[in-house]
Design a protein around this ligand. Structure first.
Ligand SMILES: NC(=O)c1ccc[n+]([C@@H]2O[C@H](COP(=O)([O-])OP(=O)(O)OC[C@H]3O[C@@H](n4cnc5c(N)ncnc54)[C@H](O)[C@@H]3O)[C@@H](O)[C@H]2O)c1
Ligand SMILES: [Zn+2]
Length: 685
């Protein structure tokens, strides 16, 4: 088979992708989305028909573990290397990034990253640049250069810290030329770069450096690199830890969201808990992280609660408030000390990592994935500090250099290019009864608008299945909760808070309908209807309001009540009475929670047949038989009784939830919106 004229995919690129996927899928080798890899090879120039040398290099963004051809930049090697002749010097090295665009071969693929120079200039067919914890441990040891020589002999060279860029590429290329026996280098404060003539060699050299460093730390490192355990700072027992984390999370999220709303992630990984229990915690945490990837996501340093786990929740909250004020002042001072006339504006002074001894680590980001990855990166940093302290003294790059990365014009440009967030991005929603019908449609809509969603329903498997339909656990999680049971409600709210950091938006939707006349309605019928709807939404609102008040970020509570909350018809005493109770809860809570910025609104649906479990359980068939229509026509039958004569579907209710909780109706509370295609007898007045 003949290859198409413009195809540049070669074995070299295919090998590169396979190697990158292997390296990137093991967290030992590099952090998420960290590092980059490259291959050089030849291909036929579709214009001249001649053989040309190309450089395939992982482009900007994306993760090595999942790299595909689209994530590669393909450059003409001769042109890329010719840039050396026009390089204006380190002061203007950032200009070289734009120049890479003039070296591209063909179109498509990813934009060339800042590390392109290193890959192109190093004289080896294959190059891997990685951020392994073991390698960064050596890179951040006070005597890193000496340690490198001791551990690797002359097979691995040392390169002093320098901000990534064209000059770092030149430095590494020169060091390789000067050390022909070397298979790679340790980049001070940052990571490693390895190379090889074949893809296999490069991979083997990378792994050799990573594993040799890890083995050396293991064998020669101090037994307790973080010092002895401090009494009172040990991990609480698992259940207490969970309760304490849930009790603290809303306040901490509120503090971390002072400048802009954040989603949270919580982990009580044993490596985190161990670090938090040790004598060196405060000194090391204050030094901050070192690898640029790490601190761009974690901020220069975390906020650390300096109280033992034995302190009360109240004492911890008071202290967290004080520490947060200090953290912000400290960050402002860091910004002021290092900024110059070209620096971008300060991006917010709140911590992204909050460490609570005995309990665990809270991490924050504009969305769940970012929050989770920030936590992963701080765990990388803990591993790095542990290794460096085991051999020597952990010595990250200076604050001045951190600032040069954090407020780098190229970094700022990347942030400016990010797409505008969706309307509900950063908001955390809990929808009850969301495994079916209206609740499911509401959950789906909120997730589509960027919210993190907790689906609460009676059956765990069904709740989880509904959550899985919306996306992975960064998007939605399912929890089991009978809303009529106060303990189950509190447990569900706690799970939501631990899954996403807090709560902003609650939809009281769980319900069921028993249509019976007064004389047929039993006491048990009455209790069931009122327990699930009136009491259930009271319990959910109460537990959620505590979170909303602690967070100090406002919020929304929505009640899915019913046309029947105002409309009087026969055979509906228990259902309609409890719907009227829910409707009045809306008004009562709107008045009571307004001072906290919490808006409470309701929706009155009617005649939602399609997708509704209420109608599916035989009740729809009975209603259809009563009216003498086929069951599948029941929705349209109800529609024909309305003013607009249009069928009401679950998505219409979801639209109303979106509008009530979205960016437009910010001055509305205590309102009910009918979504019933127009029923004059249920008009609100
Ligand atoms: N379908 C309609 O025409 C209509 C009209 C007006 C109001 N509503 C209201 O809308 C809400 C949703 O109704 P639907 O039509 O989607 O019904 P549905 O049966 O499809 O969904 C209700 C969900 O609530 C869950 N649920 C029931 N009891 C629960 C409990 N104790 N704890 C937690 N979850 C529980 C169920 O498991 C189910 O998944 C209900 O409050 C209902 O009264 C529906
Ligand atoms: Zn790097």
């Amino acid at each position: 088979m003949t290859q198409s004229i413009a195809s540049t995919t070669t074995n070299a690129a295919a090998d590169l992708i396979a190697r990158s996927n292997r390296l990137g899928s093991d967290k030992k080798n590099t952090n998420y989305a960290g590092g980059n890899t490259s291959a050089k090879g030849t291909a036929t120039d579709p214009v001249t028909g001649e053989e040309i040398e190309l450089l395939w290099v992982k482009g900007s963004g994306g993760d090595l573990g999942t790299l595909t051809e689209n994530g590669l930049s393909t450059l003409r090697l001769d042109r890329m290397r010719s840039l050396v002749n026009v390089y204006p010097g380190v002061e203007r090295e950032d200009e070289m990034v734009a120049a890479f665009d003039y070296c591209l071969h063909g179109k498509g693929g990813a934009a060339p990253s800042i590390d392109t120079a290193m890959h192109g200039l190093v004289n080896a067919n294959h190059v891997d640049h990685l951020h392994p914890d073991s390698g960064i441990a050596i890179a951040t040891a006070a005597n890193g250069r000496e340690l490198t020589a001791k551990i690797f002999g002359d097979k691995v060279a040392w390169v002093d810290w320098r901000r990534p860029g064209f000059q770092l590429g030149l430095d590494i290329a020169a060091i390789k030329d000067a050390n022909p026996q070397a298979v790679g280098c340790i980049l001070g404060g940052h990571g490693i770069t390895a190379w090889g003539e074949t893809s296999e060699d490069s991979e083997a050299n990378s792994l050799w450096i990573i594993d040799t460093a890890a083995a050396y730390i293991e064998e020669h490192g101090a037994a307790e690199p973080f010092g002895p355990i401090v009494a009172g700072f040990e991990a609480l027992p698992a259940e207490q830890r969970n309760d304490r984390a849930a009790a603290l999370a809303p306040t901490i999220r509120g503090l971390a969201s002072t400048d802009k709303p954040m989603v949270g992630h919580f982990t009580d990984d044993e490596r985190v808990l161990d670090f938090l229990s040790r004598e060196k915690l405060s000194r090391l945490a204050a030094l901050g992280t070192s690898c640029p990837d790490h601190f761009l996501r974690t901020k220069v340093k975390p906020m650390v609660l300096d109280l033992p786990a034995t302190a009360s929740v109240e004492e911890q909250l008071d202290r967290l408030n004080e520490l947060h004020a200090e953290y912000r002042a400290d960050y402002q001072a860091y910004y002021d000390a290092h900024k110059d006339e070209n620096s971008p504006a300060m991006r917010g002074a709140d911590p992204l990592i909050v460490l609570v001894p005995g309990v665990g680590m809270f991490s924050y980001g504009a969305n769940k994935q970012t929050a989770r990855v920030a936590g992963e990166f701080y765990l990388n940093a803990i591993n790095v500090m542990r290794g460096a302290e085991a051999l020597d003294a952990y010595t990250p790059i200076s604050d001045a250099e951190k600032f040069r990365i954090e407020y780098w014009a190229l970094e700022e440009a990347k942030l400016q290019r990010m797409p505008k967030p969706k309307s509900h991005a950063g908001r955390i929603a809990l929808v009850t009864g969301a495994a079916s019908g209206i609740g499911k449609a509401v959950a789906k809509r909120l997730a589509a608008e960027g919210a993190c969603v907790v689906i609460a329903d009676l059956d765990l498997a069904k709740a989880q299945a509904a959550a899985a339909e919306l996306g992975d656990s960064d998007v939605a999680v399912g929890v089991a909760a009978n809303v009529a049971d106060a303990a189950a409600v509190q447990a569900a709210i706690d799970q939501a808070v631990l899954a996403f950091g807090g709560l902003d938006l609650v939809v009281n939707n769980a319900g069921l309908s028993l249509s019976k006349s007064l004389l047929e309605t039993t006491e048990a019928d009455w209790d069931l209807q009122h327990d699930v709807m009136a009491k259930g939404s009271f319990l959910i609102s109460k537990a959620a309001a505590k979170v909303l008040i602690d967070q100090k970020m406002g919020g929304d509570i929505i009640y899915i009540s019913s046309k029947n909350s105002v409309f009087a018809g026969p055979n509906n005493i228990a259902y309609s009475a409890t719907k009227a109770d829910q409707a009045h809860q809306v008004r009562l809570l709107a008045v009571e929670l307004g001072e906290h910025g919490v808006r409470v609104n309701g929706i009155n649906p009617d005649g939602v047949v399609r997708g509704s479990g209420i109608f599916a359980g035989g009740w729809g068939a009975k209603r259809a038989a009563t009216y003498g229509v086929a069951e599948e026509d029941l929705g349209q039958f109800y529609a024909n009784r309305t003013i607009l004569k249009r069928e009401v579907v679950p998505e219409n209710i979801a639209d109303a939830v979106y509008v009530l909780t979205g960016p437009e109706l910010t001055r509305t509370t205590g309102l009910h919106i009918p979504v019933d295609s127009g029923v004059a007898a249920a008009f609100l007045r």
